[in-house]
Design a binder for this molecule. Structure first.
Ligand SMILES: *[C@@H]1O[C@H](CO)[C@@H](O)[C@H](O)[C@H]1NC(C)=O
Ligand SMILES: *[C@@H]1O[C@H](CO)[C@@H](O)[C@H](O)[C@H]1NC(C)=O
Ligand SMILES: *[C@@H]1O[C@H](CO)[C@@H](O)[C@H](O)[C@H]1NC(C)=O
Ligand SMILES: *[C@@H]1O[C@H](CO)[C@@H](O)[C@H](O)[C@H]1NC(C)=O
Length: 296
């Protein structure tokens, strides 16, 4: 009897765990990290491999949702996943980069990207870093994804679309989640036979063919900064206004009109996230080039 009970509890907890850790929202992060890892220089690829635990099998994407899973054990990290504005369509670090609950400055995704970029520069130095660089890699990889999701730099009053309830075709959903997952899900189902690998291939092909002229511009930062997160955040809030919030008021039903005009934006932001994560990691771990870090 006791044994069966334990077995049952184990199975139920396992199912619960699987459901909890493998949410749809993870797909966007897997895509960004797979695109990035395939673009790493030899030096960066070696460093990433060294920072990943054996169990990850050198697959960075398997750790790119780690930051979501530690939000509860590291409550201080929650504020680092986004940067919302006071309902205006432009981002400003001095005004917007703070923990909205406590008002503490520099607690937002833009500062976090700079923070973990700086920490990773300790890699390969002679003195041991005071930071856990494996965690720094997980955080940086995750936040590079998030910062490209338009509604992670949305409006304060609706929590980046979290408090706007709409219908996604027939299903009740909040607008933030539609941009985290639903648009992508619908696209992969409808155009790629629900085959995520095929979708990633298609996106990678577009990076080298359709966007080949823009890629260099995505990768570069002004004045040789290693990362320029305030630019990525500015692009996101502009997209949030132009595409996410537009024609999606509380209570509306979003269907093909919305889906067909928005999925190309999701594709572009995922591609930019992956390309830029690789460019940043390459600049961090390639020590031939002299670089500055974006000062905030
Ligand atoms: C920088 O990283 C450390 C270690 O994870 C963390 O304690 C700190 O809150 C971070 N600061 C910002 C601005 O992200
Ligand atoms: C660094 O963080 C990783 C991931 O959380 C953990 O597995 C590892 O034990 C940590 N390393 C140290 C030295 O604390
Ligand atoms: C790739 O580019 C083509 C042509 O612009 C476009 O129709 C398609 O939706 C894009 N696919 C992805 C996954 O970016
Ligand atoms: C930095 O350069 C030194 C000397 O060329 C080399 O030994 C080291 O591996 C490099 N570190 C990284 C992280 O590439």
């Amino acid at each position: 009897m006791g044994c069966y009970k334990i077995l049952l509890v184990t199975i139920v907890s396992f199912l619960f765990l699987v459901q909890n850790t493998k949410g749809w929202g993870d797909d966007g992060h897997v895509i960004v990290c797979k695109i990035a890892q395939a673009r790493l220089s030899d030096a960066a690829a070696k460093a990433v491999k060294k920072l990943l635990p054996e169990s990850a099998n050198n697959d960075l994407s398997s750790k790119c949702s780690w930051a979501d899973h530690v939000r509860f054990i590291y409550p201080w990290s929650s504020a680092l996943h986004f940067a919302n504005t006071p309902d205006v369509c432009s981002y400003k670090t001095t005004r917007d980069c703070k923990d909205q609950k406590t008002g503490i400055k520099e607690r937002c995704i833009v500062a976090a990207v700079t923070n973990y970029t700086n920490q990773l520069l300790d890699f390969g130095s002679n003195t041991k870093s005071k930071y856990n660089l494996t965690q720094a890699l997980y955080f940086l990889s995750h936040f590079l994804g998030d910062i490209h999701q338009p509604l992670h730099c949305g409006f304060l009053s609706d929590k980046g679309g979290n408090s706007i309830t709409v219908h996604w075709f027939t299903r009740k959903q909040n607008l933030h989640h539609i941009w985290d997952a639903s648009i992508l899900d619908t696209e992969v189902q409808r155009f790629h036979d629900s085959d995520m690998d095929e979708f990633i291939d298609a996106l990678q092909q577009n990076i080298t063919k359709v966007w080949s002229k823009e890629v260099e511009e995505w990768e570069s930062c002004i004045s040789n900064d290693i990362a320029c997160p305030s630019i990525y955040a500015s692009e996101s809030i502009e997209d949030a206004c132009e595409w996410a919030y537009k024609d999606a008021p509380e209570g509306s039903t979003l269907k093909d009109d919305y889906f067909l005009s928005r999925f190309p934006i999701v594709n572009l932001r995922l591609a930019q996230g992956g390309v830029r994560l690789a460019a940043i990691l390459n600049r961090i771990f390639d020590n031939d080039t002299i670089v500055n870090v974006d000062v905030i």
